[in-house]
Design a protein around this ligand. Structure first.
Ligand code: MRU
Length: 367
């Protein structure tokens, strides 16, 4: 079911019960595929904060559906939606799509007349956010696949080796992904691709999510530990790095999963092109300097000390550290624009700079 065919979605309204929104509980993958019901906006907050769902675009979509649930389950929908919006905005700090989606719904509410059917308005917009996200991924896929095709043409040996970090796949979006969309589209066109999948400690989104969905889509891939990328680049085994992003400033600085910056440094040192794939919903047009302005989420130390896996057929967590080891768990880092070869967006590929982004999104010039 994980195939990113036209029908795949990571969040949907339950077909026979519109009061339930369904998601995949990504915490259990790849060992168990379980659909989880969201019945209230509070369920949505838990799903985002505890990473049943994760990835910037899917977090935004989950927030939108949570606001629909807030309207649906209250006698005073407008007040309930505002309360839910405040809680959702606090659930995860770095992915800017969350703020984008919440603000979009609040603006819709603001414009609604006194006789508006608020529940239906919010349902339709949550659905629209998901439909638009799929089209955005399609655009990223089309532009990025052309890049992979050009590398394939240039290479005599054929295989295009792509390194990716974290999961910016179908599971992080509604379908197709951001960093994976070019890979899926290139693979479908018959281009010989192979993906180096960073394990991505501490939550292992690479080994547990990216490897799982690439396998489901028949894309050749190899799992590596997070520290292997530099070595592979030194030995010519990486043609291009493509990662996603959780927030990109208008000047092209990129926040992404912790460790992305180190990959960018290694790519720079080895002249390997380093691209970021992003929907425009991940651009924070209000910020310029990523290092100073992007809040970096710090998560539970337990994510570092304990490792999730399967033993004797049972899912379990195993502590790998001494009980009293002091731990820091920074979830994201910022890669400065100077280390980024280009940004792959739904409107095309541009330089990681304000001029580059404004060139593709001229309507944001005055913003
Ligand atoms: O902490 P997560 O799993 O929500 O991290 C977000 C990500 O999936 C990655 O950073 C990704 O590369 C960007 S989201 C498409």
């Amino acid at each position: 079911m994980a195939q990113s065919g036209e029908d795949f979605r990571t969040i949907w309204q339950k077909p026979d019960d519109p009061s339930v929104v369904q998601i995949i509980d990504q915490r259990l993958l790849p060992h168990e595929y379980r659909v989880h019901d969201l019945r209230s906006w509070q369920d949505g907050v838990v799903a985002i904060a505890e990473m049943y769902v994760r990835g910037a675009p899917l977090i935004g979509a989950t927030a939108a559906w949570s606001l629909y649930l807030a309207a649906l389950t209250s006698a005073n929908p407008a007040a309930e939606v505002r309360e839910a919006a405040t809680a959702l905005l606090e659930s995860r700090p770095t992915a800017v799509n969350l703020r984008w989606a919440v603000n979009r719904i609040l603006a819709l509410l603001e414009r609604a007349g006194p006789d508006a059917d608020v529940v239906e308005l919010l349902r339709a917009d949550a659905q629209a956010i998901c439909d638009e996200d799929i089209e955005i991924s399609r655009g990223i896929g089309t532009h990025g696949a052309a890049l992979l095709e050009a590398i394939s043409r240039r290479k005599s040996s054929g295989t295009v080796n792509i390194l990716t970090h974290c999961n910016a796949g179908s599971l992080a979006t509604i379908n197709w992904g951001t960093a994976t969309a070019p890979i899926y589209f290139a693979h479908q066109r018959g281009i010989d691709v192979h993906v180096w999948v960073d394990e991505t400690r501490p939550r292992n989104q690479g080994s547990q999510l990216t490897a799982w969905e690439l396998a489901a889509n028949g894309v050749p891939h190899t799992l590596i530990v997070d520290n292997a990328g530099g070595h592979l680049m030194q030995h010519g085994a990486v043609d291009i790095v493509i990662t996603g992003t959780d927030r990109t400033t208008r000047c092209g600085d990129v926040a992404n999963k912790i460790g992305t910056y180190l990959k960018a440094l290694a790519a720079h040192d080895n002249s390997v092109p380093f691209y970021i794939a992003l929907p425009s919903t991940t651009i924070d047009w209000e910020s310029r300097d990523g290092l100073k302005e992007i809040p970096i989420e710090q998560r539970d130390p337990g994510e570092v000390s304990d490792v999730y896996g399967v033993c004797d057929g049972r899912r379990q967590y195993v502590r790998t550290t001494a009980a009293d080891t002091p731990i820091s768990n920074f979830a994201f880092d910022v890669t400065p624009s100077r280390l980024i070869t280009g940004l792959i967006t739904e409107r095309g590929i541009c330089e990681a700079s304000e001029a580059g982004l404004i060139g593709l999104f001229p309507e944001m010039d005055a913003a």
